[in-house]
Design a protein around this ligand. Sequence first.
Ligand SMILES: Cc1ncc(COP(=O)(O)O)c(C=O)c1O
Length: 411
Amino acid sequence: MTTRSDAEALDATSPLAHTRDRFRVPEGVVYLDGNSLGALPVGVAARLARVVEDEWGEGLIRSWNDARWMELVSRIATRIAPLVGVSPADVHVGDSTSVSLFKTMVAAARLRREQDPARRAIVVEPSTFPTDGYIAAGVADLLGLELRWCDPADPVAAVDEDVALLSLTHVDFRSGAMFDLPGITAAAHARGALVQWDLCHSAGAVPVDLTAADADLAVGCTYKYLNGGPGSPAFTWVAPRLQADLRQPITGWMGHAAPFAMTRDYERAPGIGGWASGTHQVLALSALETALEAFEGVAVADLRTASLSLTDLFVALLDERLPDLEIITPREHARRGSQVSFRHPQAYGVVQALIARGVIGDFRDPDVARFGFTPLYLRHVDVYDAVEHLAQVLAGEEHLDPSYADRNPVT
Ligand SMILES: Cc1ncc(COP(=O)(O)O)c(C=O)c1O
């Protein structure tokens, strides 16, 4: 049997033992929901206070120049780019993930159809995060395209000579299963389609090398493993070889080559600058910039080693102590993101009873209890304690408490 001392020994040799102090993790909390909302990095509160009090309060409009607010996006891009294997010059930060999905899907599907009018379909995986499917349906409606669902076990099988774009989420939000990004990209390219990747559950958690994969377009949120705070802006990456030809559809003034020339006609800014639409979200971007300092000096390979060690321990402890639970996350490292999920008929109650004990995970309809492992601030002892609490919740039937019959609006 694995003991708490075994977990302590793993913490003692973890390559990321030092990064937990970069976060404010509340006392008595085991936080297993960093795949929904990352913990608060140290320094963000002070940065926001400074931006509000000094830059906005005192500097007023002058801060656009004096505090260099216009440079926030490119500075943030330099921090995100190495986590996904790209050049910062090709990363835009702004909008929500949903809006970024819309912009990239319209641009890619439209370009491919213009190049080859037979290509009139967008392929989406049916268990993808809902917003990806909803946006694809909206784009298909807008552009008069077919929305085609693929088999999650073989997404490329649905890609034929009619397909303009394959849109996939790299790590599945329910199961934590990870697609083979380079392999699928190459196979879809061989069939003539572009591929858009949603990296919401990947960036900052698993290694991603978009350049090596010769990928086309990617988007991701920054409020999960990148810890940018609730609703923080998304990032978009567009392969440099496609930038001249792709036209994103929200042609706002911030994507203009010269916004302050205030000309009548739109002239797209060169390169990734043309992916901007409206005014920068200065407060949110400021929080995000400071949050990303938590990755300072952290190698992506070490993130992955630590993440797999944490999820391996969680799986091993579940196997030992609660073997009846149906783990739906792949056991093979190559197919596992940074979360572990299991099915339980009262999964909502299980998650709520754990939260009542300070172990925070989340529930996904209809029966999935989901636990995210952020290696920057989670320790192996936290994993051990979480499973101990889970065993006690189930043994004491705490999850059957009638108060859990009504669900909160956010689960
Ligand atoms: C894979 C994936 N895509 C998109 C989103 C959300 O999009 P938005 O940032 O627009 O709310 C999520 C949120 O959890 C997600 O998991």
